[in-house]
Structures are given as structure tokens and as C-alpha cells.
Design a protein around this ligand. Structure first.
Ligand code: G3I
Length: 490
């Protein structure tokens, strides 16, 4: 057994332990969990609760297969990491570059994701010309920037972080160029300007260290109440939620609720949970509990519209670069394998990565073995023969039966299809993954009698030799009615 396979097994055990720990910790899970089998992906489970589950993504990562496959399969909201920030969009006065942001919007559209625009007004990542602008020109520069950018993306973004991180820790406003030029008036002015440019977008103030009740969140609360009293088009508050493992504020839910009670949407916008490296098993389990706690807090507040993670996987997280010695902050490891936090998050959303939904997306579970159809090691190599393996919720076990009768895995740019190798139509033909090409050897009927038949060959998807062992290869075989040809999708 390879190391990775061994890790898969360990992972599976962890997942079970985490779910069990959560059941024990919450006691009355049945009473608080939304309808069972709400989905086997983050987005399906979130949508079943009327929420979205998002991630930040950079344009430079659009070509990274494993990462984009996870995004396409699991997330239904996208926040461009840096591509809509001022230094990228308006590097010289009045000269705009929407190219990188447009690419991400296009990716989001192609994958049915909403976009959170991030951001319009922030002291960081400002181009030099803007930082050095005479104060009497700042207002017009800010209004022009907002008008141009929110106008460009009009109708394409669900929400804008119009104002990013305006507060210091003590609740005073950051004395950035905007504040120095306009005082606190810049906040209302920015929101009004954005609303004029894109009346359909929800307009947010987004900040960090405001997740619990403290001086900073109190100041934001007062500001929000006063802006609303003046009729300023503030629509929501973004709680970034860059946590340290084990330190999710216990009053997160109550704090979200007080903002929601003002008539605002609230959202967790940049969730991650950093761990001192190397991450111990215990820390990863605490992280799983932390992610679940955040999800439960959001679900408990009806105006909490969704949760977004900051970065898809540990390899693309900002944490190691900014907090040396820390990392492992996301739900996916460096190789895009789901960590315990993934299963805990899915479970907190009422979803399940262990099947039972009967839908068109989920695990393809072999009835005889109680195991899953699996792409070995999450391989993206065309021609990799699929196999039976213990179900563990990985993206290499999540299949979608499409309207075109494909059984696809991964999604996004990395999407691959279940394929009868070499267009074989004889018993013993290997069943492999191959880039989806629409041919008949990639079409499958998922039948009411539990069989999965190849449209071209008429043969059944079969576990070789009736084996129930991890690693048993899948092939085409004459339909026999035996349990090694019985599958459930969902
Ligand atoms: O692209 C340049 C590259 O050419 C250059 O060689 C390299 C040298 O350091 O820098 C690269 O730019 C970096 C950029 O990310 C793109 O990767 C910047 O140095 C780096 O500072 C910048 O960091 C971003 C950070 O915001 C800036 O404040 C992070 O990627 C981004 O994840 C982070 O996101 C913020 C949110 O916008 C607001 N909330 C906090 C969150 C985390 O800091």
C-alpha cells in the first residue's frame, strides 16, 4: 500500500473521529442538523441551507489543475484575491485594467459561482500615485475609481466590499488618505457612489478582528447604525475571520446577530484557521471543530448569507508568507486533499460525504463492498484505471451524472470523465478517467436496478473478480445481476 493510500485510510479514521466528537460535543445533533443528505459537496450542502460557500482565488492559479478542480466541485462563490484591488485595476490615474478580474469573473460564471467583489476602498494595495495624491484630489479620485470599477462589473458581482478594513483595533478609524482627505464622510460617500454605479450589488464594509464583541466591532456597530439612520446604502458586514486554531470567539454568533438585527446581511468572508507548523493531529482536529463552529454560527443567524474561505488550499494560503511558522489554515492540504476540517464543515452544513442522497452528484458506492468508485491518488492522468476504495469524501470519489450521461469527476478545468478505455466493448475493458470528450464510450446509464451500463458497449460497470478490497480495479463486464455490479450514486 502506498503512503498516500495509507494516509487516505488515516484520513478516513480522522473524519469519523471528528464527526463523532462533534456529535458528542453538541449532544442534540439530530435536533439542530438541517435535513440529512443535504449534499455531498460544500456548495450543495450550503445551498440546501439557503447559503453559499465561497473561496478566494487568484488569476495566477487558474491554471493549477488540482486547485481549480476543487473550486469547481465544492464552491459556489468566488472572491478575487488581489485582482480587483486598486493597484491592479487603476495602476495609473484614469487608466484601468480589468483583465485579471474579468478572467476570474468568467471562471466564476462558467462554474455557476457568484462573485464577491473585493475591494474598492482600502489603504493597502493602493498604487503609488494614489498614496501620494494631494488631499484635495482624493475625493474625486475615489469617486472616479468606484464609479469605473463598480460600473464595469455592474450586474456581475453579487456583493462589493466597498470599504475594506477601515478600523484600528481600538475602534478609531485608520488615518489613511481617504480619512485624511474627507474625515469619516468618506465612508458614506464611497457607499453612495458604489450604489449609483451598481444598484443591484449588496454593499459591504469588511474587516478583521471584528468577529467577537470588542472595541473594534463595537465601533463598527455604531458606524453601521449611524450610516443606516442616514439612509446610506450599506447592505452587509463582512467578518473576515482569520482565526488562530482554538481561538474562534465564543460570541461569534451573538455578534453576527446584533449586526443582522440592524437589518444588514452578514457574511464570513475570509475564513482560515492557522496552525503552528508542523500541524499535529490534535491541532487538525481542533481546526475541524473551529470550522464547524463558524458554520454553525452562520446557520444560526438567518441573515448570514454565506461563508467564504480565504484561499483554496494550504499551498495557496497567504498565512505562511505573513505568519512564518504558521500554516495549514484551510480545509485542503497542499495536494488538495480534504482535511478533517472539510468533513466537519460539510457535516455542520448538514451534508454528508458518505452518500445516501440519491441525487446526480455524489459518491458512486458499490453495494456489495460498501466502498466507493475512486480515482487512485486523485490522479489527473488520462487513462488512469478507476478502482474501489473506502469512501472518504475526497473529490476523487465525487461523481456527477450529467444530462449528457457522462459520469464526471473533479469539475472545472480539471474535469474528467469515466471512460471505457480505447472505446472497448468487450468484457474486461478497463474503465478509466479521460478528459471529457462527449464520445459514446464516456456515456453511462445509471439504471433503476442499480447497474451502471456503458452506452456504447451495453456492458456493466463491474468490480473485477467481485473483489471488495481497496484497490480492486473497475472494468466492463457482461451484466450478471451480481452485487459487484450494483451502485448507488449520491
Ligand atoms: O505579484 C507580486 C510579485 O510580482 C512580487 O514579486 C511579489 C514579491 O513579494 O509580490 C507579489 O505581490 C504580492 C501579492 O499578494 C500577490 O501575490 C504582494 O507582495 C503581497 O503583499 C500580496 O498579498 C496579498 C495581501 O492581501 C495584501 O495585503 C495577499 O495575496 C492577499 O491574500 C491578502 O488578502 C487580504 C484581503 O485582501 C483583506 N483581508 C486580509 C487578507 C489577508 O492579508
Amino acid at each position: 500500500m502506498s503512503l498516500r493510500r495509507t494516509l487516505n485510510g488515516i484520513h478516513h479514521a480522522w473524519t469519523a473521529a471528528v464527526v463523532l466528537a462533534l456529535v458528542l460535543a453538541t449532544g442534540a445533533l439530530a435536533a439542530t442538523t438541517p435535513a440529512a443528505a443535504a449534499g455531498s459537496t460544500l456548495k450543495a450542502a450550503a445551498e440546501a441551507n439557503g447559503r453559499y460557500f465561497g473561496t478566494a482565488l487568484s488569476d495566477g492559479d487558474l491554471g493549477v489543475g488540482g486547485e481549480t478542480a476543487v473550486v469547481g466541485a465544492q464552491f459556489d462563490a468566488l472572491t478575487p484575491t488581489n485582482e480587483m484591488k486598486w493597484e491592479t485595476v487603476e495602476p495609473a490615474p484614469g487608466s484601468y485594467d480589468f483583465g485579471p478580474g474579468d478572467q476570474l469573473v468568467q471562471f466564476a460564471r462558467a462554474h455557476g459561482m457568484r462573485v464577491r467583489g473585493h475591494n474598492l476602498v482600502w489603504q493597502n494595495q493602493l498604487p503609488g500615485w494614489m498614496s501620494n495624491l494631494p488631499l484635495n484630489q482624493v475625493r474625486s479620485a475615489m469617486e472616479a475609481h468606484i464609479t469605473a470599477e463598480a460600473g464595469h462589473y455592474k450586474g456581475q458581482v453579487y456583493a462589493w466590499d466597498v470599504i475594506n478594513e477601515p478600523f484600528n483595533g481600538d475602534g478609531s478609524l485608520v488615518p489613511d488618505a481617504f480619512y485624511r482627505a474627507m474625515g469619516p464622510d468618506y465612508l458614506a460617500d464611497a457607499l453612495r457612489t458604489a450604489h449609483a454605479a451598481d444598484p443591484g450589488a449588496k454593499l459591504y464594509i469588511n474587516d478583521y478582528n471584528i468577529e467577537g464583541v470588542n472595541a473594534k466591532s463595537d465601533a463598527l456597530y455604531s458606524l453601521a447604525r449611524s450610516l443606516l439612520a442616514q439612509g446610506v446604502p450599506l447592505g452587509g458586514i463582512g467578518f473576515e475571520s482569520h482565526f488562530v486554531v482554538g481561538q474562534v470567539p465564543t460570541d461569534l454568533r451573538a455578534n453576527l446577530q446584533r449586526f443582522a438585527d440592524l437589518g444588514l446581511d452578514v457574511a464570513v468572508t475570509e475564513l482560515d484557521d492557522r496552525i503552528q507548523l508542523p500541524a499535529s493531529g490534535g491541532a487538525l482536529q481542533q481546526q475541524a471543530a473551529d470550522y464547524a463552529a463558524v458554520v454553525r454560527a452562520c446557520l444560526a443567524v438567518s441573515r448570514c448569507v454565506g461563508v467564504s474561505q480565504w484561499g483554496v488550499d494550504d499551498a495557496h494560503s497567504w498565512i505562511p508568507g505573513t505568519f512564518p511558522g504558521y500554516g495549514a489554515a484551510t480545509m485542503y492540504d497542499d495536494n488538495d486533499r480534504p482535511k478533517p476540517a472539510f468533513a466537519a464543515t460539510l457535516s455542520a452544513l448538514g451534508g454528508s460525504s458518505t452518500g445516501g442522497g440519491g441525487g446526480t452528484t455524489g459518491e458512486l458506492r458499490a453495494a456489495g463492498a460498501g466502498k466507493c468508485l475512486d480515482v487512485p491518488n486523485g490522479s489527473t492522468t488520462a487513462g488512469t484505471q478507476v478502482q474501489l476504495y473506502s469512501c472518504w469524501g475526497g473529490i476523487n470519489q465525487i461523481w456527477t451524472h450529467t444530462a449528457a450521461d457522462q459520469l464526471s469527476v473533479y469539475g472545472g478545468a480539471g474535469r474528467m470523465c469515466l471512460d471505457a478505455s480505447g472505446q472497448g466493448t468487450v468484457p474486461g475493458t478497463k474503465v478509466v478517467v479521460w478528459p471529457c470528450n462527449g464520445q459514446a464510450n464516456q456515456q453511462w446509464h445509471v439504471n433503476a436496478d442499480g447497474t451502471v451500463t456503458g452506452v456504447q458497449s451495453g456492458l456493466c460497470l463491474d468490480v473485477s473478480g467481485g473483489s471488495t478490497a481497496d484497490g480492486a480495479p473497475a472494468q466492463l463486464w457482461t451484466c450478471s445481476g451480481r452485487s459487484n455490479q450494483q451502485w448507488t450514486l449520491g
